[in-house]
Design a protein around this ligand. Structure first.
Ligand code: NOJ
Length: 547
């Protein structure tokens, strides 16, 4: 298999920072950029190559920054542009690039564009947004619903029209059909590149090409022309990383984004392996029991689909998802071992791994008891809706504790001290009480801690071409407990075996897959040979590189 030209992000591992919850330097209870700068050595020690920084732009914070009111400034609670420039240069000095979040399907309703647009239909900014007339009875143009609940249209009496918002009313959708709007976005992206950023993660990017009147939001007819134009105007010729968030991309459409021919983006965040665990009717708040064969089928299909062209992103966690050790692993007895097992399974596939803050020490979900402890706009809106439908508060809170977005957003646990060392003040959301045991200081002090395991995986990716570019072949895909695969490059082989369960597992390795050589990594005990029937410990994971 031909090895593609080496890009810096082939060997790099990403690390997502949710700024609000990472480190607070000034005691206001909200994380900030100086706080991030103060922790750069932690990230450099981990070995990551870039940070994906969730939005730090000026914002009323209706959706914690995914509602931007000034694309060229920093939210005061996060710091200043000077702080941001310092972050870029201090990170660069440690070999770390800063990847910004590009949130351009919608702006904030407090953006000056929208304030002008809603005051006066004659203003040019009016057509930066999507407006439609009321139905004859005054009701919204149609019945479409917003992703966070409620109607997707809100009435503005000053202009006598409804505007579209696929998320909350505080997030009006931008009108990408308007070339002037697109030019504004391109200029803004170039402005950030000139400040030295290393790329963009693109929020819900598959929504920008929507055909509103056809009711087609995702993967709309204009999506790829807009992305090609964006590439020409901003990305071409720059050595940066782009990753587009898409809940709708499939293995059949992925190469339209990241195939060499099109080259619009470097990779996508796809969610098939996440959605696989959701109830088809009730969604994520009523999760299905984990189904390992289905999970493997999805991930291996993506590996296969992008084997020769395109590139995968590898992740189980982000700021919208529950903590991975709680969701897929065991956050009790086998917390440390299962956190390492999950990381081993993900990091040794082909693609660019993304670590979500706290994952590197095995942080877990939190358990809130009352709705007033939650902060997430989606959870709060759904709560109101589901209460009106007669769902019991207990059932709702159980669902939110299992799969809600606030799990990932409780503060980073640095120490066992007050507020986990996150802030000297009162945190904007409660710290998980388990910070007494689970914190950076304790985990890093343990040579067998989760951090040390992540460090090793991240280093192996940099060192070994077989991890970056080797082909991947699933082994015993239907096995209900074990995830196993082989990587191969230029005749060299790497065998990866992970017991995805808290029970011992007997695993019959087909003779052709037997492997002996160097144990690259393990979370239990060294194995230098795997042959025949393997008796695996609960959550045991190892990788052997043949001699
Ligand atoms: C996806 C982001 O990851 C999420 O946090 C946000 O609420 C929506 N897009 C809307 O921007």
């Amino acid at each position: 298999m031909p090895t593609p030209p080496e890009k810096w992000w082939h060997s790099a591992t990403g690390y997502q920072i949710y700024p609000r919850s990472f480190c607070d330097s000034n005691g206001d209870g909200v994380g900030d950029i100086p706080g991030i700068v103060s922790k750069l050595d932690h990230l450099a020690d981990l070995g990551i190559g870039f940070v994906w920084l969730s939005p730090v732009y000026r914002s009323p914070m209706a959706d914690n920054g995914y509602d931007i009111s000034d694309y060229r400034d920093i939210a005061p609670e996060f710091g200043t542009l000077a702080d941001f420039d310092r972050l870029v240069s201090e990170a660069r000095a440690r070999g770390i690039g800063i990847v910004m979040d590009l949130v351009v399907n919608h702006s904030s309703d407090q953006h000056p564009w929208f304030l002008a647009a809603r005051r006066d239909a004659a203003r040019p900014e009016h057509s930066y947004y999507i407006w439609r007339d009321a139905r004859p009875d005054g009701s919204p143009p149609d019945d479409r619903q917003a992703i966070f609940g409620g109607p997707a249209w809100t009435w503005v009496p000053e202009v006598g029209k409804y505007y579209l918002h696929l998320f909350s009313p505080a997030q009006p959708d931008l009108n990408w059909a308007n070339p002037a709007l697109r030019a504004e976005i391109h200029a803004m992206m170039n402005w950030w590149f000139d400040r030295g950023i290393a790329g963009f993660r693109m929020d819900v990017i598959d929504l920008i090409g929507k055909d509103v009147d056809a009711g087609r939001h995702e993967m709309g007819p204009h999506l790829h022309p807009y992305l090609q134009e964006m590439h020409r105007e901003t990305l071409a010729g720059r050595d940066v990383l782009t990753v587009g968030e898409s809940w709708n991309v499939t293995i059949d459409t992925a190469l339209d984004f990241c195939g060499r021919e099109r080259g619009e983006l470097d990779m996508v965040f796809q969610f098939a392996h996440v959605v696989e665990g959701w109830d088809p009717v009730h969604g994520k708040f009523r999760p299905r029991p984990f189904d390992l064969p289905a999970f493997k089928r999805v991930l291996f299909a993506w590996q296969q689909a992008l084997a020769e062209d395109g590139w995968n992103s590898l992740f189980l966690s982000n700021h919208d998802l529950p903590r991975q050790v709680s969701k897929y692993g065991d956050d009790g007895q086998y917390r440390v071992r299962s956190a390492k097992a999950l990381a081993t399974a993900m990091h040794l596939m082909k693609g660019t791994p993304f670590v979500y803050q706290g994952e590197e020490i095995g942080m877990t979900n939190t358990a809130f008891e009352r709705i007033d402890q939650f902060r997430d706009i989606e959870t709060l809106q759904l709560y109101d809706e589901q209460m009106a439908q007669g769902v019991s508060p207990e059932a709702f809170i159980a669902g939110a504790n299992a799969n809600g977005r606030d799990n990932a957003r409780t503060p980073m646990q640095w120490t066992d001290g007050p507020q986990a060392g996150f802030t000297d003040g009162t945190p904007w959301i409660e710290v998980n009480p388990n910070h007494a045991q689970i914190n950076v200081a304790a985990d890093r002090a343990d040579p067998k801690g989760v951090f040390a395991h992540y460090q090793a995986l991240i280093r192996l990716r940099r060192e070994l071409p077989i991890i970056r570019h080797g082909g991947l072949r699933p082994i015993a895909g239907d096995h209900p407990q074990v995830m196993a695969y082989e990587r191969e490059l230029d005749g060299q082989r790497l065998l990866v075996v992970v017991n995805f369960s808290g029970e011992p597992a007997d695993f019959d390795l087909p003779e052709a897959d037997a492997c002996a050589g160097r144990c690259l990594i393990t979370n239990f005990g060294d194995r230098t040979e795997a042959r025949g029937r393997l008796a695996l410990e609960p959550w045991e994971a190892f990788a052997i590189l043949d001699a």
